[in-house]
Design a protein around this ligand. Sequence first.
Ligand code: NI
Length: 196
Amino acid sequence: MSPRTAFFAGAIVFALGAAGLAAALLHLQGGSQTATQASSVGGPFSLVDQDGQAVTEADMKGKPHLVFFGFTHCPDVCPTSLYEMTQALNALGADAEKTEAFFVTVDPARDTPEAMKAYLKSFSPRIRGLTGTQEQVDGMVKAYKVYARKQPLEGGDYTMDHTAVVYLMDRNGNFVAPLNLKRSPEEVAAEIRRYI
Ligand code: NI
């Protein structure tokens, strides 16, 4: 495309981004009178864990928590991140009890509670797997500003492109920062411990 076309394409993307942000802010302002610190990431959701127990945003409050979106058929990024989260939770020792960690599927069609339970056996028992109907999952994906899209594979199979950020949330459910797992488990644990 020409530089001029590229400029306009960029402007349109920028405008869409600004509109999305404005919509998000409006939603927050209209959503809750008590949300004095409007965070642009996080919010209400209703899902079930790998044991079929209902989980909402209320279950996440009171402890700092990690929220990671992915899917059990993921070939590399998800298992790597879940392994690194497991190491960090192990490095927390007894303090791990004062935190929560969630693995939220972006592929609820395949990731039933049973599938999540079997998959998470390879990782820390502290990590709870969350799933639900497509609509419920879409709601949480939207609240956390996660990108998730189905990509068809040959033979009718599919994979999911998705945001691979681990969200570090404080005890009030406010987003702190993306958690950098590419360092020693002790360093990751030390950062999480600051919010206990
Ligand atoms: Ni993945």
